[in-house]
Design a protein around this ligand. Structure first.
Ligand code: GLY
Ligand code: MN
Ligand code: MN
Length: 429
């Protein structure tokens, strides 16, 4: 575990914002993530529950946060429970949090050992009317495993059947969507590291390299620069592999004449960057590749201009689809006549542009927030148009991270080379 240097003021402010959104006389309880078993006695690398991290800054497993903002005793308004370190545990797993350190990171004055959670929470719950709980609220799917929060919820329902249970997720989603200045700075740092990774690749990629050689260069740069690693499994897809949107096998040879689509982002202090670039393996785009690339770049610019306060990702997606239609027709993928005849439910552009143009970014690469969310200053989202033509064994995507401002937006990745000529020039050197 590596403790980030985030000032505790961020977490104190985050808890205060949440407290302002709870009904009077409530407790809110959030658990850390489980350690996930890999096989045998090995665990996957630990990653904290983003909601829990947002409210506490604590990266340690088996921790619980209890908020009781209206409590007359100030020491009971926020309590953090952590496991009590013992010498044997520390010999095997390394240093665990002491109370003093947990206080310094989180700004929470009352730190308790986990074994006291049952009795203290019981007392506070019985003094309160509402219990706010966190749970997985993914629209796309329901995970097969339950989180510590969800297992705790089952117990709560049994132990306190007459209390009113309330959902924390919608409130935390709303809060997490607008990034505080400290969060913006951390995302910018992740972006900076991601940019260094890309620049390193421009002088590395050449025909004959394996996709995993490229991945190794990126990983090396990220780790050297203090990132915790990748914010998601990087996609290093040469040639037709780029047409599989979530290709992460990364084990093929990068061939002369092919394009290489790379979707990669560093994670810094638990905050993500998300970037895509597509480059010619041999350093020179062919005429057709450049036409496709420049079409994608034009769509990127127009899509970026759509990101501003008051709109939604849903609306942006629809607009970007229409912009792509013009470009697809210009590229000869279908005709104006085909467009006139197309089905409204299955538009032609979707054959070549198969995903959305934007998603929110933050503690998670696909951060909380729905496509119907009204954009506000301080929100950060991606802009990532792409074109995928299996018949031409080609896929291209360009992706930058964009922050909504009161005037429109600012491109956090404006310094990551994107012009086709600039890429060729940097690859020549
Ligand atoms: N890296 C995943 C995405 O671009 O959404
Ligand atoms: Mn993305
Ligand atoms: Mn991406």
């Amino acid at each position: 575990m590596r403790y980030s240097q985030i000032p505790k003021g961020l977490f104190i402010r985050n808890r205060k914002k949440l407290a302002g959104r709870l009904e009077r006389n409530s407790v809110a309880i959030v658990h850390s993530n489980d350690q996930m078993l890999r096989n045998g006695d090995q665990f996957f690398p630990y990653r904290q529950n983003s909601d829990f991290f947002y409210l506490s800054g604590i990266e340690q497993e088996m921790s619980v946060l209890l908020l009781c903002p209206d409590h007359p005793d100030i020491d009971r308004q926020a309590i953090l429970f952590i496991r009590q370190p013992d010498a044997k545990m520390e010999t095997w797993e390394g240093k665990k949090l002491e109370k003093k350190m947990a206080k310094e990171i989180s700004g929470i004055m009352n730190i308790q050992w986990l074994e006291n959670f049952e009795s203290i929470s019981r007392e506070l719950i019985l003094e309160s009317e509402h219990i706010y709980c966190a749970s997985h609220e993914l629209i796309k799917f329901r995970p097969e495993h339950s989180s510590r929060d969800e297992r705790y919820l089952t117990k709560l329902k049994k132990d306190f059947p007459l209390h009113e249970l309330k959902r924390l997720s919608p409130i935390l989603t709303e809060l997490r969507l607008v990034k505080e200045p400290e969060e913006q700075a951390l995302i910018l740092k992740a972006v900076e590291i991601t940019k260094s990774g890309f620049k390193r690749l421009l002088s590395f990629v050449e025909p004959g390299q394996k996709e995993y050689d490229v991945e190794a260069e990126l990983t090396s740069e990220f780790i050297h620069q203090g990132a915790t690693g990748h914010a998601y499994a990087p996609i290093i897809a040469s040639g037709e592999n780029a047409c599989s949107l979530h290709y992460i096998t990364n084990d093929q040879v990068c061939r002369d004449g092919d394009l290489l689509l790379m979707d990669f982002g560093a994670e810094y202090a638990n905050y993500a960057a998300d970037c895509s670039r597509t480059i010619p393996v041999n350093g020179r785009f062919t005429k057709r590749q450049k036409d496709l690339y420049n079409a994608n770049l034009r769509v990127f610019r127009q899509a970026r201009a759509l990101i501003k306060p008051g709109t939604t990702i849903d609306k942006i997606n629809k607009e970007v689809g229409k912009i792509w239609e013009e470009e697809h027709i210009r590229l000869g993928l279908y005709s104006t006549r085909d467009r006139q005849k197309q089905s409204k439910d299955d538009p032609l552009y979707m054959k070549y542009f198969l995903h959305g143009s934007s998603h929110f970014l933050g503690l998670d690469v696909h951060d909380v927030g729905s496509k119907q969310e009204i954009l506000k200053p301080g929100m950060i989202l991606t802009c990532e148009p792409g074109i995928y033509i299996p018949a031409e064994k080609t896929g291209i995507r360009l992706e930058n991270d964009i922050m909504v401002t009161s005037e429109g937006n600012t491109d956090l990745m404006k310094e990551v080379p994107i012009e086709s000529e600039e890429i060729e020039e940097l690859m020549r050197r």
